[in-house]
Design a protein around this ligand. Structure first.
Ligand code: VGL
Ligand code: ZN
Length: 199
């Protein structure tokens, strides 16, 4: 157990119903995650943290609408409604999330020109967040993911965890997805094939 960490992904107001990029029933996972956090020795949480005018916002690209995609120097990027702007209420953790126990809050998506779904790498898949080094130095070998959204930040984080050599579990009951054009089923298949344990 001391080698296990729970990673709580982006349980922020903007990803909950009523938020800028509300995930259906996103708030339902909050009590589940609160119970989970007590059972883990180590808890890490991530926070989507964009500057105003971030390049992942459709509003930063004239003529583009949310959920369309564009080519960025690092590859295809889905465009989103403006969300999780640094310091805004939307970027705050859900008010019922009891994150007292979190040892580390890792912020991502703060570089204006690159988005970051994964807790390990930005979307260029080259710029590290530092999380892998943190886990290795703490001798944590197993990571369990819960949070929002299953098919974006949770899936990308779990895939990168496996790539880094960590054992990765995703607790599907403690996640909710965006499901854009079949992305939920596609990412679940991808995670399973990569060796992520889906629970
Ligand atoms: C996320 C889209 C944009 C997520 C973050 O947390 O899954 N999705 N930014
Ligand atoms: Zn974002």
């Amino acid at each position: 157990m001391a080698k296990d960490a729970l990673i709580v992904v982006d349980v922020q107001n903007d990803f909950c119903p009523g938020g800028a990029l509300g995930v259906e029933a996103g708030h339902e996972i909050v009590p589940i995650i609160n119970r989970l956090m007590v059972r883990f020795d180590h808890v890490i949480i991530t926070q989507d943290w964009h500057p105003a005018g971030h390049s992942s916002f459709a509003s930063s690209h004239p003529g583009k609408a949310p959920f369309e995609s564009i080519m960025m120097p690092y590859g295809e990027q889905t465009l989103w409604p403006e969300h999780c702007i640094q310091g805004s209420v939307g970027a705050d953790f859900h008010h019922d999330l009891d994150w007292t126990k979190a040892e580390l809050v890792i912020r991502k998506g703060f570089r204006p020109h690159v988005d970051s779904y994964s807790a390990f790498f930005e979307n260029d898949h080259k710029t590290p967040t530092g999380l892998a080094g943190y886990l290795r130095e703490r001798k944590i070998t197993n990571v369990t993911f819960a949070g929002l959204a299953t098919d974006y930040c949770v899936a990308y984080s779990a895939l990168d965890a496996v790539e880094h050599g960590f054992a990765a579990d995703v607790l599907l009951d403690a996640c909710r997805g965006i499901d854009l054009g079949g992305s939920l089923a596609a990412m679940i298949t991808k995670m399973r094939k990569a060796g992520v344990t889906l629970i």
